[in-house]
Design a protein around this ligand. Structure first.
Ligand code: NAG
Ligand code: NAG
Ligand code: NAG
Ligand code: NAG
Ligand code: NAG
Length: 197
């Protein structure tokens, strides 16, 4: 009886290990990595280099705030560098500097104050666009933003939709800082290489 049981168990183990190894091998060989023809992704053509200009509306107070503090600065840094502050944003991107001008997309992400001595923000933003053929496509930027400098530059790390394989950079220029409300208006000039599909 015991021998019979052991025999069944033995065959069961043999069978399951066989099935496991064989399926693992074929999956690894057939699915994991395959070179593809660049034509399939439209990469046989030259890349487009485009410039986009829009305005980033950082509204921190009032009923329509789109930039919300999630973590407050560490108290001893809260006036100078805001070290430790984290804000999550869903900021409107407008076609003109006026807050009432057309919204062509949104900046969704967060920024973190990362310096103990000056206002330096680590920006992590996805721009989602609404206009025409760009509708639903995104550009992602991540980088260091010394907020009081005249001009700053943040690398584009990628994108989706028409911006797949995007690379480039964004130039930032603060046009207005409202000390009373804390709202900030920043002009973004985005220079991006992308494939036109
Ligand atoms: C860039 O985009 C335009 C459409 O605006 C297209 O006609 C052109 O072929 C694209 N490619 C290059 C390399 O400019
Ligand atoms: C908030 O948004 C609403 C709807 O767009 C608008 O009517 C109102 O004036 C805004 N309030 C402020 C303080 O901007
Ligand atoms: C700094 O933060 C602490 C704690 O959040 C607060 O009590 C204090 O009033 C703040 N100081 C200034 C100058 O904002
Ligand atoms: C923004 O637009 C509104 C409405 O179109 C207008 O009343 C206001 O003067 C504009 N503000 C500026 C700074 O141009
Ligand atoms: C963008 O796409 C959404 C849904 O995919 C659609 O509802 C909207 O009308 C589109 N906007 C434009 C300007 O094409």
């Amino acid at each position: 009886m015991t021998t019979q049981k052991n025999l069944i168990l033995f065959f069961f183990l043999l069978l399951s290990s066989y099935t496991f190894t064989s399926s693992a091998t074929t999956e690894a060989e057939s699915i994991f990595e395959n070179p593809i023809d660049r034509k399939l992704l439209g990469h046989d053509k030259e890349q487009n280099l485009s410039h986009f200009r829009f305005y980033w509306q950082d509204i921190v107070g009032g009923p329509n705030a789109t930039s919300i503090p999630i973590i407050q600065p560490i108290p001893k840094f809260n006036t100078t560098s805001a070290f430790g502050l984290i804000r999550v944003i869903d900021n409107a991107l407008t076609i003109g500097p006026n807050l009432t001008s057309k919204v062509i997309g949104r900046a969704q992400g967060f920024y973190v104050a990362v310096s103990e001595t000056e206002l330096v923000l680590l920006m992590a933003e996805t721009f989602v666009f609404y206009e025409g053929r760009y509708n639903g496509s995104t550009i992602d930027i991540v980088g260091r933003n010394v907020a009081f400098n005249q001009e700053r530059e943040i690398p584009i790390v990628g994108g989706s939709g028409v911006f797949r394989f995007a690379k480039g950079y964004a130039q930032l220029k603060t046009l207005n800082y409202d000390a009373a409300s804390g709202d900030t208006l920043v002009q973004y000039d985005v220079y991006v290489y992308h494939h036109w599909m």
